[in-house]
Design a protein around this ligand. Sequence first.
Ligand code: SF4
Length: 462
Amino acid sequence: MRVLLVDLPARDGVVSKDTVAGGYGSRLLPFSKVTRVISTLKQGFHDVPSVQLAYLAGILEQWGHDVVWSRGDEMAGDVAIILSSLVDYRHECAWSDMARSRGVRTGFIGLTCSKLPQLFRDHADFVVSGEPEAAIQRLAQGEPLAGDVASPEISDLDSLPFPRWNVESRSRWWVPFAGRPYGGGFPLLASRGCPESCTYCPHRILADYRARSVANIIDELGTLCDAFRRPYVIFRDPLFSQQRDRAMALADEIRARKLDLRFECETRLDRLDPELVDALHAAGLRAMSFGVESMDPHTLKRAGRRPTPEAHQRLIIDHCRARGIVTAAFYVLGFLQDDWNSIAATIDFAIDLGSTVAQFKLLTPYPATPLWKQMASRVYETDWQKFDGFTPTFTHPNLTAQELRFLLGAAYTRFYMRPSWLSNYWRIQAPQIRSVVERWDERVARRHAREELAEMSRTVTC
Ligand code: SF4
């Protein structure tokens, strides 16, 4: 059987799918100078192949099937398995319709089709609900999948074959940005799901938290190192260092096996300490991302998120900076408790915390999350594609949609358009230079304030 694994690039904006927003995906349509630059960088450095499809490639090849990766160009095959997303589902459905008109059976996999199968049913022969491996194992063994297909999670992740990659798509790397090489890297899932309970998070709604054994992860890393020179690995676990001993053992084993690789991960800052950071750095850690979300512990608690003490956040970020590890902090603007002042305070906090980069998004009530259930009556947006992380979707008690948009733009401008961001990025520590930079920062902040006032009178007060 010839199977197409289809990961469609979107036609507008920078769209990330696969494990981003748990699988719902995000779409950044530039709305300011700063976000235009970020979009360009994302296109080069965040275009990472789908680890979900790579797992399916491993299963299908194990059963002797012919696997073809497609970005929408290739359409000749017996079956097409299409990665679903919320932010680009109409395009995915249209592609599926076209493939079916040419005689290809099609099916969707991923979080979006699992939680919103009604968007896909009329456009495919089958729609998989749940982590897709169990269903695709049945397909690989000759069962013609049809209709809604339940796919229970695999409890023993070590039993899965390793992801298989399309070699040609991985050979275009050069200068790194924020730790990551151009062309992205190899995503790897050392665990799946998350045991935390943040109500807005779609990472925890498809399946329970499970972790692979260290030996199994090391074997996969060894396979990557055998096939590719010094691979860059992107651990896509929502909470990489959930189990400290396991993370430490993984770092020790990478070094013991002398695996020549670099990697990044995503975690919580309270799941790190300087000793663990040092061990991971020695094993190849070069970048990490983490949620700060809001500076207000009360707001975080109302969203089911355990706050991390500020002193600990600063300790880890400063420690990473000293080691040369890139830090990417995530922030969410527009929690129900937020108002203009609290968001301005969170933006100031983000600048002061001093992570290498920051990502700001608007609170989005994703379908099937506890937040969705809590806020369903406030949601006015009916176009699912607008649930992209950057578009207001619900009636906020304290802020209009224009104000939320304005504050989102101000967050990016204030964080990136200041001299100290550049000096931090280039890790300039000389006290004389830093004091000059701080004075420039003050002037730039005053200019931002003037420009914001002028823009507010044009947009927000209308
Ligand atoms: S810790 Fe992160 S991944 Fe886990 S539920 Fe909270 S936001 Fe989601």
